[in-house]
Design a protein around this ligand. Structure first.
Ligand SMILES: CC(C)(COP(=O)(O)OP(=O)(O)OC[C@H]1O[C@@H](n2cnc3c(N)ncnc32)[C@H](O)[C@@H]1OP(=O)(O)O)[C@@H](O)C(=O)NCCC(=O)NCCS
Length: 303
């Protein structure tokens, strides 16, 4: 299947154009995802072929949920239903207690299919964006919203070899209360975040207090699009409410802008109002939305 990445990307791109108005997936994103150590491509992903052999649909079942897409020109032929059944079967084999599907908010056919199959909307993820028009406007002196770090805290650029495992442990603590977070092994975390093709250690930061990490921000750089992406941001619960999260965000923006990037983006869950408030105060606006639909899984032998 690895050879089919360009054809699968074509389906994802056609879907993104129809639903979001612009492509959001790259070939490198797809290859990163297919290479994850907690994914078995042979059993966790599938393609649907049209009679002429062209790839018309694709589905992948991962820890955060299933993504299933049908190319717009192949809609209305039952492919989405077949991919849904296949993904439910795979989720049952993985022992998942519920089926979880990600769809673009504008994909009305997908929503109808899921609601008709008994799924309910659980939450959404917003892609937020802001223009980085001038690096200077984000510097400490000119940006009143950029706080100083509280006393006793130090910042430095992330050192992957030194900080990787500590950041992973802190990430599990920070996201323990988040709906879609499942703790996993360090290797899976490193594959997904620290070895991603677009990971940008130069814009990634940690905050220290004494010899402990109090916060972290992992950044990515989408060179072709001149975008800096905030992949993960977390502050230890004991250190929240002191401006550290805001400081990390604005510092990453300043690093993106200093590197010549023109836009910052990130994803945030609709049930995370604290993070949403920080992003809106930092000048970010919603660009598009993905919706998560769920329903309880049947017992493994129910079908
Ligand atoms: C989201 C998160 C990173 C915020 O970190 P934080 O360090 O608490 O963020 P800040 O301190 O900058 O802002 C949090 C609040 O404290 C307030 N605050 C900041 N400095 C303050 C100070 N000196 N005195 C009083 N309040 C202060 C902010 O105004 C903000 O208030 P609000 O919630 O009413 O909007 C943190 O809550 C977290 O790790 N959450 C779990 C992981 C997560 O959700 N990450 C983001 C995913 S997209």
């Amino acid at each position: 299947m690895f050879d089919e990445a360009p054809a699968v990307l074509a389906v994802l791109t056609a879907r993104d154009l129809a639903d979001l108005g612009a492509p959001d997936y790259t070939l490198s994103d797809l290859r990163d995802e297919w290479g994850l150590s907690d994914l078995d491509l042979a059993t966790d992903a599938v393609v649907a072929e049209a009679p002429n052999g062209k790839i018309a649909g694709y589905a992948i079942v991962r820890r955060p949920g299933t993504l299933a897409v049908v190319a717009p020109e192949h809609e209305g032929q039952g492919i989405g239903t077949k991919l849904l059944r296949w993904s439910e079967q795979r989720a049952r084999e993985q022992g998942r207690p519920r089926y979880r599907q990600w769809i673009a908010a504008n994909n009305h056919r997908a929503r109808e299919l899921l609601v008709g199959a008994g799924y309910e909307h659980r939450r959404s993820y917003w892609r937020m964006t802001r223009v980085l028009d001038a690096a200077s406007s984000l510097s400490r002196r000119d940006a009143p919203e950029a706080p100083d770090l509280p006393s006793g805290y130090r910042h430095r650029t992330l050192d992957v070899a030194r900080d990787g495992e500590t950041v992973h442990a802190l990430d599990d603590i920070c996201f323990a209360g988040s709906s879609d977070h499942e703790p996993g092994p360090f290797e899976a975390f490193a594959d997904e975040h620290l070895r991603a093709h677009d990971f940008d250690p130069t814009a990634s930061l940690v905050i220290e207090r004494g010899d402990e990490l109090a916060g972290y921000l992992l950044a990515r750089r989408w060179r072709g699009e001149s975008v800096g992406f905030v992949d993960l941001l977390g502050v230890h619960p004991q250190h929240r409410g002191r401006g550290i999260g805001t400081w990390l965000l604005l510092s990453a923006f300043a690093r993106f802008a200093a590197a010549g990037l023109r836009e910052a983006q990130l994803g945030v869950a609709s049930d995370n109002p604290r993070a949403l408030r920080i992003y809106e105060r930092a000048g970010m606006h919603p660009r598009f939305r993905s919706d998560i639909y769920e329903r309880p899984a049947e017992a493994p032998d129910a079908r």
